[in-house]
Design a protein. Structure first.
Length: 279
């Protein structure tokens, strides 16, 4: 099997994503034959405190849009990306992104491809994007498209169009919709609850925490059953930190998000959520 060539750019990319040291990043990439995600897992197994790999690192600058249809049953969120914050803060560029958001809702689009093919005043959006690229001199495009269908959808924009959130609920809500969306914007959960976490993610996390436990000198010679129990405890902590309903509610540290929802309406459920953010 051929060995991947590890470049300085590869090492820097891993450093930017994880915050780990240069030599550790080089070693991780070498040990995993240049596989970026595997290198992150390798660092975590060795006990490194690294940032989680998230898709919201891709678009560095741009404008995030999150909209719902008038009946609040469909939400659409996406990013109109660009290269610099100078462009992303430009009023004309923000207005351009907002006009694309209007078209997204009007045409009930289901993908970035459909959105690019939609029109604004008779002009195809993909052509308008190319025209904007030519006039600005930066690479721009529609990225990170998300759509959410539910009995009721709340939308929320945080931080001057840097984060957009869609939250699906089992029934109509008022202030609670914004509160839950703000929680998602701030805490970036990976799923609604532990049952919603993909099995692959659970298996991956269990493998990582198990390797961390085995690497602890104090665990040398301990029975497998003990290691499994400790791993289960670490997984429960992972679910509490990373799943929405189990997280501590940011507006009241004495409650979980699930507790807050119960206080609003005992029958209210979060069905799904989408979060689009600039890196």
């Amino acid at each position: 099997m051929s060995t991947a060539t590890i470049t300085a750019a590869d090492i820097n990319k891993l450093r930017q994503a994880t915050g780990a040291g240069m030599m550790d990043c080089r070693k991780a990439l070498t040990e995993t034959n240049g596989d970026f995600e595997a290198a992150i897992d390798w660092l975590r197994k060795k006990g490194a405190k690294v940032a989680a790999l998230r898709g919201d690192r891709e678009a560095k600058e741009g404008v995030v849009i999150a909209r719902t249809t008038a009946d609040k049953k469909i939400g659409i969120a996406f990013c109109v990306s660009c290269e610099t914050d100078f462009v992303s803060k430009n009023a004309d560029f923000v207005a351009f992104a907002q006009s694309i958001g209007d078209a997204a809702v009007k045409n009930n689009v289901k993908s970035a491809e459909e959105l690019n093919g939609s029109t604004i005043n008779g002009a195809k959006i993909s052509d308008l994007v190319n025209d904007k690229l030519a006039s600005i001199g930066e690479k721009i495009g529609i990225t990170k498209f998300e759509r959410l269908d539910a009995p009721f959808v709340s939308s929320y924009i945080h931080g001057a169009n840097r984060i957009g959130v869609l939250v699906g609920f089992s029934k109509e809500v008022t202030d609670a919709g914004k509160d839950i969306a703000m929680q998602i914007a701030a805490m970036n959960p990976i799923a609604v609850d532990s049952d919603s976490v993909p099995k692959a993610t659970i298996d991956r996390e269990r493998d990582i925490v198990t390797e961390q436990i085995k690497a602890d000198p104090k665990m040398a010679g301990k029975p497998a059953e003990m290691i499994t129990r400790i791993a289960d405890g670490k997984l429960n902590a992972f679910f509490k930190e990373q799943t929405l309903l189990a997280q501590v509610y940011v507006k009241d540290g004495g409650k979980s998000v699930a507790d807050y929802l119960k206080s609003v309406d005992g029958t209210l459920k979060v069905t799904a959520f989408k979060r689009v953010a600039l890196g």
